[in-house]
Design a protein around this ligand. Structure first.
Ligand SMILES: Cc1cc2nc3c(=O)[nH]c(=O)nc-3n(C[C@H](O)[C@H](O)[C@H](O)COP(=O)(O)OP(=O)(O)OC[C@H]3O[C@@H](n4cnc5c(N)ncnc54)[C@H](O)[C@@H]3O)c2cc1C
Length: 385
């Protein structure tokens, strides 16, 4: 297998790395501490101008058209700088991909240029509800067809970027009598539509600058033309697009894990105890070797899933394996990297405590580790549920 990157992929990775070093790393601590919205929005706009909001979107619609592998490389580099910014970028790319995958020409022409150019600061993906997280098909938000409109009622929970998103991809039940998962449809809802109510932002453990809101639909009327794909066939859109999003979240976790380990590698060489640098203790050397090996394995799993997606192959189980492994191992990497810093790792003087908080959510959102195992096992044990 040829693992070498194309010139374009290398260029995108380099551009993301430079942006992370010059723009994100210096801002990450403030974003974490204050959640400074203007600062975040400024970074998102710059990222859009550099082509990072539609990495896998056709250039005809304003995207970069560079593919999933380039997307994965870019998100890893951005996450090295600031996980909050990388999450917002990853979810916005996923929203654009939903529109590209199942939207009509009108949808694509209307919304993709706005997402890719940064005219919309972000896109939101509205699936989770208070009563349905892992079991997303149990959602209760309703969409009732009335003439040439749908009327949406219900509420969504934990919606990334809802406060400043320009467009929302929303799942709702259109046939409550259908078997589970068969009566759900997917819609586009523009920000500012009457009845679309953005609720409070969650107070979170990490990724504090990436906003996570409740979203309610209170007799929210949208044109029937805002249906994405076919009526009652929306749940499979969610499943397919989440698989792509998981490559993004795995890549993001990899970036945080690698950055934490790089900090630890430097610290072990500068900090002395018992008369020599910590790097001389074999117990620490072996831990470092094991964690970097795991990060490399995660990188390869992510590249494989991205490559399968780019080549039109089934990639769901590979994306789940990559997300499961990358996010679990990145959490371990951050834990070990903080431990290697001793007491200072626990203080805000160093970025380790932020990384350890930021990485924690990656095993939870876009499908928990348990749900990834369920998807992988279903693939392995065809017919057993
Ligand atoms: C910061 C943040 C951002 C988010 N962004 C978005 C977003 O933009 N859009 C969106 O739609 N959602 C978003 N989410 C929601 C996220 O995807 C869900 O929180 C996640 O899917 C888990 O759902 P839950 O929280 O309801 O947990 P639950 O489903 O209640 O699960 C609780 C626990 O039970 C386990 N569990 C559940 N079912 C099984 C099973 N069958 N077997 C074994 N274990 C099981 C889970 O793995 C978990 O450990 C976000 C969440 C957070 C915290």
């Amino acid at each position: 297998m040829d693992f070498s990157l194309t010139d374009e992929q290398q260029m995108i990775r380099e551009a993301a790395r430079q942006f992370a070093d010059s723009e994100l790393k210096p801002a990450a601590a403030e974003l974490d501490k204050t959640g400074n919205r203007e600062l975040l929005l400024g970074k998102l706009k710059q990222l859009a101008e550099l082509g990072f909001m539609g990495i896998n979107i056709d250039p005809d619609f304003g995207g970069t058209g560079a593919g999933t592998l380039a997307f994965s490389l870019a998100i890893t580099e951005l996450a090295r700088g600031c996980a909050s910014t990388a999450t917002t970028t990853s979810v916005t790319n996923m929203v654009a991909e939903v529109i590209q995958a199942v939207g009509s020409d009108e949808h694509k022409n209307k919304y993709l240029p706005k997402l890719c150019s940064g005219e919309y600061a972000a896109g939101s993906f509205c699936l989770t509800e208070p009563g349905s997280g892992s079991d997303a098909a149990a959602m209760r938000t309703r969409a009732l067809k009335e003439g040439d409109e749908y009327v949406l009622n219900g509420s969504k929970l934990f919606i990334s970027s809802a406060e400043f998103a320009g467009i929302f991809v929303v799942w709702a039940v259109t046939d409550p009598d259908a078997p589970k998962g068969k009566g759900i449809s997917c819609f586009l809802v523009e920000a500012g539509t009457p009845g679309l109510v953005i609720g409070r932002a969650e107070e979170k453990m990490g990724q504090k600058a990436s906003v996570t809101n409740e979203v309610a639909f209170d007799n929210c009327r949208i044109p029937a033309a805002n249906l994405l794909g076919e009526e009652n066939k929306g749940f499979r859109i969610a499943a397919g697009e989440l698989a792509g999003g998981r490559i993004g979240i795995g890549s993001l976790a990899l970036g945080i894990g690698l950055e934490a380990l790089d900090c630890a590698r430097a610290y072990l060489q500068e900090r002395e105890q018992f008369g020599k640098p910590l790097a001389h203790f074999q117990g620490l050397q072996w831990q470092l070797a094991d964690r970097y090996t795991e990060m490399e394995a995660a990188r390869l799993l992510l590249m494989q899933a991205a490559w399968q997606k780019d080549n039109g192959m089934p990639f769901g189980p590979a994306a789940s394996m990559a997300k499961l492994f990358a996010t679990e191992k990145a959490n371990e990497a951050c834990y070990v990297a903080l431990q290697m810093h001793g007491g200072v790792g626990y203080t805000r003087e160093y970025p380790l405590e932020r990384m350890a908080r930021d990485v924690r959510i990656t095993t939870i959102y876009e499908g928990t580790s348990e749900i990834q195992r369920l998807i992988i096992a279903r693939h392995l044990l065809d017919g057993v549920h």
